[in-house]
Design a binder for this molecule. Structure first.
Ligand code: ZN
Length: 104
C-alpha cells in the first residue's frame, strides 16, 4: 500500500496509478494535500527491477523460442514489472536526490 508520509493515509489505487504514470517529481496527497515524492529507496529498487528487461531480450539469442512465445513472455514480464512497481511504491516528504547519498 502507498502510504502518505505526512498524514499516514493509504492512497487508493487510482492515486497510486496516477503517481506511477506521471513524470512530475511531486504529487499532492489526496487526503492532506501535502506534496509527496517517490522515495529514493523505491526509485533504486524499481530501477533494479527494470534492468531485468534487457536480460529478457537476451533469451532469443540462446534459445530457439517461437516469436509468439517471446511476445507472450514480454507482455507477461512487463505486466509483472508494472505490478511489482505499483505494489512497492514508497513515498517521501521531500525530494530525495541521488547526491544526498554521498553525504550520508
Ligand atoms: Zn497525506
Amino acid at each position: 500500500m502507498t502510504r502518505c508520509r505526512n498524514c499516514g493515509d493509504n492512497w487508493n489505487v487510482r492515486a497510486t496509478l496516477k503517481r506511477y504514470t506521471t513524470s512530475t517529481p511531486g504529487m499532492p496527497c489526496p487526503s492532506c494535500g501535502e506534496v509527496q515524492y517517490l522515495s529514493r529507496e523505491y526509485r533504486e529498487r524499481s530501477m533494479l527491477v527494470t534492468l531485468l528487461i534487457p536480460l529478457l531480450m537476451l533469451i532469443p539469442a540462446f534459445f530457439n523460442i517461437p516469436v509468439v512465445a517471446m511476445a507472450i513472455l514480454f507482455v507477461a514480464a512487463f505486466t509483472a514489472i508494472a505490478i511489482i512497481h505499483l505494489a512497492t511504491i514508497e513515498l517521501a516528504d521531500e525530494q530525495e536526490t541521488w547526491r544526498q547519498r554521498l553525504y550520508e
